[in-house]
Design a protein around this ligand. Structure first.
Ligand code: NAD
Length: 386
C-alpha cells in the first residue's frame, strides 16, 4: 500500500529523537549537519551507574571514533584499554587519567576478569583476532561488542556465540548503522512495505585502499578483502531493506591490480535472490569509491547516498527528501548495547546476526570460486534461531 498517508507515516526528526535518541540519553541536534551535541546532563546516568567499556586494540577506529564517542554516551564510559604498545598505554592514560589501574596488554588480558570496573569488552582488532579475544572476554565474565566482520569463518563465529552463551554474557556486533536514522528509515520502509513489495535493491560500498603493507591486504589477518571489510555493509543493507533472508547467491570477482591484491579480493559483484522474488545487485571494491543503497518497490523507491559513512548520510524517497539529524552513530550504538544489557532486551545487532553475514560471505566466496549459483538454504543455512 502506498498513498499519501505513507508520507505521514515517515518518522520525523522529532519522533526519531523521542523514540531513539532521547530514549538512549543522546540528544540530537536540529538544524545542524554535524555531529550531535553531548547529551544534556539530566539525560545521562550518573557515572557510577554507567557500564564500563574496555577497548581492545587502540588503532584508528578506537582512537578516532570510539573513544570520542564514549565522551558522548549516557549509559557507558571508557573503563579500560588493552594494547601491545607501551607508548599508547602512556598517552591514553595521560588523556584519560581514569584508566590508571585498568590498562592491559594482550598477555595480561585475562586479568580483566578481576576488574569490576569493566563490564563490556569491545574487540577492535584485525578480523582474524576477533574470535580469540571475544572468547577470552566471555570466559573472563564480560559482555562483548565485537567489530565487523564478526569473524573470518562461520565456525569461529559459532564458537564466539557458544562461548558467550555458556558464560551467560551478551554478544553484539559493531553494526553502527542499526542506530543511524536514515538507515533505520530504509529498514522501516522495506519491512513495513511502505511502497509495496520490494522488487529490486542495489547496494554498493567501496573505497580506494592505500598502504599496500596494511593488515587489511593480508589474508591471515583480514580473512578476505573488500567484501569482508566494507562489502559487509552492502550485504547488511540488502538484508535489512528487504527484511528477508536471501535464498540464493551468485558472485563474480575482478582484479585490476593482482600484485597489491594478491592475497585478498579487490572487487566483487554479487546477486542475491530473496524468497519474495526480490533481487539485489551488490558490489564492493578496494579500487573504487561506491557508497549507495537504492531500493525500488511496487510503487516507490528510496536512495541513501552516501549510505554508510560516519556522518553526512543523506537520503530521499520517491516522495521527497529524508529529513533526519546527523547523529554520533558510535555513541548511539554503544548506548543502545549498554541499554540492552541493563534491560535484558534483544538487539538485532547481535552475534547471531553477525554469523548470518559471515555465512553469506562464505557463500559469496564459494560462488566466486565455483562460478555457480549457490542455494543458501541447502548449502549455507542461515536460519533465524534466537
Ligand atoms: P587499525 O589497523 O587502525 O588498528 C588495529 C589495531 O590492532 C592496532 O591498534 C594494532 O596495534 C592492533 N593489533 C594487534 N595485533 C595486531 C596484528 N597482529 N597486526 C595488526 N594490528 C594488530 O584497524 P582499525 O581500522 O581500527 O580496524 C580494527 C577493526 O575495527 C577491524 O575489524 C575493522 O573491520 C573494524 N572497523 C570497524 C569500523 C566500523 O565503522 N564499524 C570502522 C573501522 C574499522
Amino acid at each position: 500500500m502506498s498513498d499519501k498517508s505513507d508520507t505521514n507515516r515517515t518518522i520525523t526528526r522529532r519522533q526519531f529523537a523521542r523514540t531513539t535518541a532521547f530514549g538512549l540519553g543522546v540528544a540530537p541536534i536540529f538544524g545542524r549537519a554535524s555531529l550531535p551535541l553531548i547529551a544534556p546532563e539530566r539525560r545521562r546516568l550518573p557515572d557510577s551507574d554507567k557500564l564500563g567499556i574496555a577497548l581492545v586494540g587502540l588503532g584508528s577506529y578506537s582512537t578516532w571514533q570510539l573513544a570520542p564517542a564514549l565522551e558522548q554516551t549516557g549509559r557507558c564510559k571508557l573503563a579500560g584499554i588493552v594494547t601491545g604498545t607501551p607508548s599508547k598505554a602512556a598517552s591514553w592514560q595521560e588523556k584519560h587519567p581514569e584508566l590508571k589501574g585498568h590498562v592491559y596488554s594482550y598477555e595480561t588480558f585475562d586479568r580483566i576478569a578481576d576488574d569490576d570496573a569493566i563490564d563490556i569488552v569491545y574487540v577492535v582488532l584485525p578480523n582474524s583476532m576477533h574470535a580469540e579475544y571475544t572468547i577470552r572476554a566471555a570466559r573472563a565474565g564480560k559482555h562483548v561488542i565485537c567489530e565487523k566482520p564478526m569473524a573470518v569463518s562461520s565456525a569461529e563465529a559459532q564458537q564466539m556465540i557458544d562461548a558467550c552463551d555458556e558464560a551467560g554474557r551478551r554478544l553484539y556486533i559493531g553494526y553502527r548503522l542499526h542506530f543511524e536514522p536514515h538507515n533505520l528509515e530504509a529498514m522501516r520502509i522495506g519491512r513495513e512495505a511502505v511502497f509495496g513489495k520490494m522488487k529490486y535493491v542495489q547496494a554498493e560500498f567501496g573505497f580506494r585502499i592505500g598502504d599496500p603493507t596494511q593488515w587489511r591486504l593480508k589474508k591471515a589477518l583480514a580473512g578476505g578483502g573488500a567484501l569482508m571489510d566494507v562489502g559487509i555493509y552492502a550485504l547488511q543493507a540488502a538484508r535489512y531493506v528487504t527484511g528477508e533472508e536471501p535464498v540464493a547467491v551468485t558472485a563474480q570477482e575482478y582484479k585490476t591490480d593482482p600484485v597489491k591484491f594478491a592475497e585478498v579480493d579487490e572487487t566483487i559483484n554479487w546477486q542475491l535472490t530473496f524468497p519474495s522474488g526480490c533481487v539485489a545487485n551488490c558490489s564492493t571494491s578496494y579500487a573504487t569509491g561506491q557508497h549507495r543503497l537504492f531500493a525500488s518497490a511496487e510503487s516507490g523507491w528510496l536512495q541513501l547516498r552516501p549510505a554508510y559513512s560516519y556522518s553526512g548520510i543523506a537520503g530521499e524517497t520517491s516522495k521527497g527528501r529524508m529529513d533526519f539529524p546527523q547523529v554520533n552513530q558510535q555513541a548511539l550504538q554503544m548506548d543502545g548495547m549498554a541499554q540492552s544489557i541493563m534491560t535484558g532486551s534483544e538487539l538485532d545487532a547481535d552475534g547471531r546476526e553477525g554469523l548470518r553475514d559471515v555465512r553469506i560471505i562464505e557463500a559469496i566466496y564459494e560462488s566466486v570460486r565455483t562460478g555457480r549459483e549457490l542455494s543458501l538454504d541447502a548449502e549455507f543455512p542461515i536460519r533465524r534461531n534466537r
